[in-house]
Design a protein around this ligand. Sequence first.
Ligand code: SF4
Length: 142
Amino acid sequence: MGIYLLPNEHLVLQGERGWLEWEEQVAEDYDFPYSWRGKTYFLTCNGNCPREKRPIQCRTFPLTPHFTGEGNLLLIWETLKLPYSCPLLVRKEPLATEFISTLYKAWQILTTDPLIKDLVNYDSRNRERATAVIEPVWPENL
Ligand code: SF4
């Protein structure tokens, strides 16, 4: 499975070689929000990246950001159908609160970027249309 990068995230990984393959694609050819136009970047990895270079999608898994219809940001369990079984996701293993709260803060910052906010909204509405099971994890006091 390729990993798509968030806007400008490729700048963090440019120059990286060996553990990843780059693909430059046209956003309009993929299932991205209307606001995503032009170049977008995918990478495929060898399963052994330098930990400090993990893309944001990998740092977020097995959770994913979700906007409610009222615009509230949640972290939920990933709902994507994956070609592999992840024990964390299957068993909904308890995750470290520090990991979850820090990740939430990161997505609060990331979603101040209009393109990233559009993406999270777009994925959230698609999830609802697909009647995926939305299981919130954070904030705690929902
Ligand atoms: S964490 Fe690293 S090795 Fe694992 S899928 Fe992501 S890029 Fe690949």
